[in-house]
Design a protein around this ligand. Structure first.
Ligand SMILES: Cc1cc2nc3c(=O)[nH]c(=O)nc-3n(C[C@H](O)[C@H](O)[C@H](O)COP(=O)(O)OP(=O)(O)OC[C@H]3O[C@@H](n4cnc5c(N)ncnc54)[C@H](O)[C@@H]3O)c2cc1C
Length: 506
């Protein structure tokens, strides 16, 4: 009946990744965007390891990593003086095949996603705006405004609102978007320049009243500056220009701009939609949550939403899972979005607040304590796991269960690096299918149960690296198509119970 099984509103990174994954799963999609062309500004710069792990599953990671840059250190400046240099090295060594923080401007990132999608035969329908939709119970009827000004009715099984902060899908659903907006104004500037901070590293400049961060970008002398607009300039945001911001900090750093590629003033919001799903409609990305740019989490979280939703939609649409599976999307993703808003909020206040406590923290605690802590291996691992979203888990979800070793149902399958000629344990995730991993020797009865359910059973060598990753010898881990463990310590009975409860079929 429907011309597309899923209609995706919005072709930002969230919508594009959803379209790509659904297409890889063999689901017919339409992806529409009201703009005439993809974004041309750099916006979200940071691509975290968890996103790259997802991209590796679909053969896209090499292109993304190849187009970006990594940086070796974070420098802290206080009062115009260089206060500390924090070596990053391979921060996430042993945790992820991508043990670094990648910088790739969002416009280039989106271009690569669009090319990948086009390679799968799907083009973004530009200048096509979602006007609204009705849920007819067994399908969605969406109204689209086409480039020629006519209105089209699109019939589809499900609709995904990846349509950003001012989401029409969220508005139609009537779910609230509670939260607030920070009082300060911020600016972003992509520049070409020279000076001590153009050495391919990240620089954070701390002061009593202001804040400035400089991120390296690809190309000689290219950098992204992010900073706070001084409170006295905030009353005239419309006319604000480069010459109104961070003057003292720039003088201290001897920073002279040779070329300005992009300058923009923006407000930062912290909001999470009351619901991420209602019947046949879903929200993902900025349509569902907005938070401060601290830690570069926003875009990566939207991409994580898209992947969580994609495989569930695919399994339900292929008749290989009970539609109740879709009810696990909201609890799995909303809990993380709420936590993220809280944590980025705390960090943001320390970075930007004018309160005496925050100032003291910025000027005296951060430059002295952070470099010391950053030398501790445990702190480095914790920081990488948190920032990279490799520690994000769905332990509370009704879909996931069991524990074996340190791994519980809902955890990301921990990474076990390649050894000798054996590939790493993420290599099999390229099948985008449910699978079972055993590190050691599988129980023959479990092997029979896997065969009965049409599940691939991967026997991997037990090794010190597997033990370090928290896995348990000979235990079976049932892994979802998105690389999260659904069942840890699986036995034939619990495997069958999981598949029966969720109507899962291969
Ligand atoms: C100045 C700036 C700097 C930023 N810096 C960072 C950063 O450093 N790190 C970070 O993680 N994030 C940053 N962000 C945020 C980041 O850009 C977003 O989190 C990311 O773009 C969200 O992706 P998305 O696909 O969910 O939404 P969007 O990228 O907003 O995409 C939504 C798409 O939906 C389309 N659309 C909207 N309504 C309709 C409709 N009715 N019909 C059809 N199409 C529609 C829009 O045209 C748009 O293309 C920044 C954003 C800005 C503006």
């Amino acid at each position: 009946m429907s011309e597309a099984r899923v209609l995706i509103a919005g072709a930002g990174p969230t919508g594009l990744v959803l379209a790509i994954w659904l297409t890889h799963f063999g689901i017919r999609v339409r992806i529409v965007d009201k703009t005439a062309e993809a974004g041309t500004t750099s916006r979200a710069l940071i691509v975290h390891a968890r996103t790259l792990e997802f991209y590796r599953q679909i053969g896209l990671a090499d292109a993304i990593v190849g187009a970006g840059v990594t940086f070796a250190a974070i420098n802290l400046w206080v009062g115009g003086k260089h206060a500390a240099r924090i070596e990053l090295g391979d921060l996430g060594a042993g945790i992820s095949p991508f043990p670094f923080i990648l910088i790739l401007p969002q416009d280039r990132h989106e271009q690569l996603l669009i090319e990948h999608l086009a390679g799968l035969g799907i083009e973004v329908e530009r200048r096509t705006e979602l006007l609204g939709f009705d849920d007819r119970g067994d399908h969605i009827e969406a109204r689209l405004l086409r480039p020629d000004g006519t209105t089209e009715i699109c019939l589809t099984d499900y609709i995904a609102g990846c349509d950003g902060a001012h989401s029409k899908v969220r508005e139609t659903l009537g779910t609230g978007f509670p939260g607030g907006t920070y009082a300060n104004l911020f600016y972003v500037a992509d520049i070409e320049s020279s000076g001590p901070i153009f050495n391919g590293e990240l620089h954070a400049v701390l002061s009593a009243r202001e804040f400035l961060a400089a991120f390296p970008m690809q190309g000689e002398g290219r950098a992204r500056l992010v900073g706070m607009v001084p409170p006295d300039a905030e009353n005239r945001p419309v006319t604000l220009a480069w010459n109104d911001v961070s003057l003292r900090l720039r003088q201290n750093l001897a920073l002279v701009v040779e070329k300005m590629h992009w300058f923009s003033i923006y407000r930062v919001h912290h909001r999470v939609a009351a619901h991420f799903a209602k019947d046949r409609a879903f929200l993902a990305g900025d349509a569902a949550h907005l938070h401060s740019p601290v830690g570069g989490q926003g875009m990566n979280t939207g991409i994580g939403d898209a992947i969580n939703l994609a495989w569930k939609l695919a399994w339900v649409l292929h008749g290989r899972a009970d539609p109740r599976l879709l009810e696990t999307y909201e609890p799995e993703r909303i809990a993380f979005a709420r936590r993220l808003v809280e944590t980025t909020d705390r960090a943001f206040v320390v970075a930007t607040s004018a309160s005496p406590a925050a100032r003291f923290m910025r000027l005296h605690i951060v430059p002295h304590v952070v470099p010391v802590l950053a030398r501790l291996q445990a702190v480095r691992r914790f920081a990488f796991r948190t920032l990279s979203q490799t520690s994000l888990n769905y332990r509370g979800s009704p879909l996931n269960r069991g524990t074996a070793g340190e791994v519980a149902g809902g955890d990301r399958l921990p990474w076990v690096p390649p050894a000798g000629t054996a590939p790493d344990n993420f290599a099999t995730l390229r099948t985008l299918d449910w699978q079972v991993h055993v590190y050691g020797t599988p129980d023959p009865a479990l092997a029979t149960a896997c065969a009965n359910h049409g599940l691939a059973l991967h026997t991997l060598a037990w090794s010190p690296a597997a033990a370090r990753a928290g896995l348990q010898e000979n235990a079976a881990y049932v892994v979802r198509p998105d690389g999260y463990v659904a069942l840890a310590g699986a036995e034939p009975g619990s495997l069958t119970a999981l598949f029966t409860e969720w109507g899962l079929r291969q």
